[in-house]
Design a protein around this ligand. Structure first.
Ligand code: TRP
Length: 439
């Protein structure tokens, strides 16, 4: 399997430079690496936790979609979708909720912050805290685990959530995996050099502190106006300034090479005025953002194109999510009654010997091509492959189907035998997967 990279961005507010530097830019760069398969989505279910204004939700989804596309996300390469277009996500959330310890959710940062604020204000501990906020990390774990993401680029503030996702994956694997790992354990990836971008006042750039620099909204003027509001000390032009620890320099760093960073520091130490420094900062940022801003404006005037792109992305994502969720449902015991294993339906089966399984047969046709088929115990063909030029291609598919079951069917060059329905094939594959020795 290719390494899978996945990240989501919550659709409240308007994207700001902190989102760009901390999430969007590194994620897009990662999506261009060879050998990775990327999933990027708009976390609009998460948005509902924080925002109950429908128009803001709508506006923000549009702005964010346009932002990611304008910043260079290639929807051909990447599955780019809305969380709310994937019904498997809330379904997995429930399966995970049932293996989540309540005590662990008590320790989640977002919930604890709300709780502490209530206590500090002398309010009831639970005042204004929804179950959505409380179980936020479980929905996030579902986002990640549904696609078996290996790497999750996020801001530092989200690292705890990824750790919780790992934990839930481990617990679920242990409980239901029967020696197989159902979920990959995800790894957080925090951009090393620029961890949290400071905002205008030097605190972390965040909508809630009202200290953001907008990414595209407000145009070039919006950027200049925001930069003008960056807090500095009152040293005059000509006076030496200490660059380290200032918000202005930290933001500059995020858009500059090592040489440019050193040069900027030297100029400030030599007395560059804050006004000139701000001018320099705007130029530095715009070198990267100006072409993106033009694409953004174009997209914002064609929302129907964005909608189409997102629908196609949801299809791509669901081709992975749907069969995988099906296998998870089976793992927890939500199985079609057709497929109830003989050991449960007929507990006496054990002494009749093992249940007869379907099996794969590989063969070569007279035209020289290699084929395989899945044949049930009574000799009926359940699946029939296309022809392959190489025997090992057929072998590789057989191996995958045995290991992954119906999850590997999406994209497999096979068709069902005459009169065989999808459930029978899935049941036969599930039985084979269950019978496969642990890797
Ligand atoms: N909670 C994340 C944030 O606010 C957004 C998010 C939701 C996310 N689901 C995710 C990020 C899954 C990474 C993976 O930034």
């Amino acid at each position: 399997m290719k390494a899978r990279v996945l990240t989501g961005i919550t659709t409240t507010g308007t994207p700001h430079l902190g989102n760009y530097v901390g999430a969007i830019r590194p994620a897009i760069a990662a999506s261009r690496e060879a050998g990775v398969q990327s999933f990027f989505f708009l976390a609009d279910y998460h948005a509902l936790i924080k925002c109950d204004e429908p128009d803001r939700i709508e506006r923000s989804r549009l702005e964010l979609a346009a932002t990611w596309l304008a910043c260079g996300l290639d929807p051909q390469r990447v599955a780019f979708y809305r969380q709310s277009d994937i019904p498997e996500t809330p379904e997995l959330t429930w399966l995970l909720t049932c293996v989540t310890a309540k005590g662990q959710m008590n320790r989640a940062h977002a919930y604890k912050a709300a709780l502490d604020a209530n206590l500090a204000a002398g309010e009831d501990a639970d005042a204004g805290i929804s179950m959505g906020l409380y179980s936020y990390p479980i929905l996030m774990a579902a986002d990640i685990l549904l696609f078996n993401a290996h790497r999750v680029p996020v801001g530092k503030d989200q690292v705890q959530h990824i750790e919780m996702a790992r934990d839930l994956a481990q617990r679920f694997n242990h409980q239901y995996g029967q020696g197989h790992d159902l979920f990959v354990l995800p790894q957080a990836e925090v951009e090393a050099e620029v961890e949290l971008l400071p905002g205008l006042d030097g605190r972390k750039m965040s909508k809630s502190y009202d200290n953001i620099v907008p990414l595209f909204e407000g145009g070039a003027k919006g950027l200049r106006d925001a930069v003008a509001r960056i807090v500095t000390d009152s040293r005059l032009p000509g006076e030496p300034k200490e660059p380290e620890g200032t918000a202005l320099v930290a933001i500059f760093d995020a858009f500059a090479s090592a040489d440019e960073r050193a040069a900027f520091r030297a100029e400030l130490r030599a007395g560059l005025g804050w006004g000139d420094a701000k001018h320099r900062l705007v130029e530095q940022i715009d070198r990267e953002l100006a072409p993106m801003r033009a694409r953004y404006d174009e997209l914002m005037s064609h929302p129907e194109r964005i909608e189409e792109t997102l629908q196609a992305g949801a299809q791509k994502a669901r081709a992975v999510a749907k069969p995988f969720l099906e296998s998870l449902r089976r793992a927890v015991g939500l199985r079609p009654m057709l497929a109830v294993p003989a050991s449960i339906a007929r507990p006496a089966a054990a002494k009749d010997g093992p249940v007869a399984l379907a099996n794969f047969k590989q063969y070569r046709e007279t035209d020289g091509r290699f084929h395989f088929k899945l044949v049930d115990a009574a000799g009926q063909t359940l699946l029939q492959s296309d022809g392959f030029a190489e025997g090992r291609e057929a072998g590789a598919w057989v191996k995958r189907l045995k290991a992954e079951g119906a999850a590997a069917l999406a994209g497999a060059p096979v068709r069902r035998g005459a009169g065989v329905d999808a459930q029978r094939v899935e049941a036969a594959l599930a039985a084979l997967v269950a019978a496969e020795p642990a890797p």
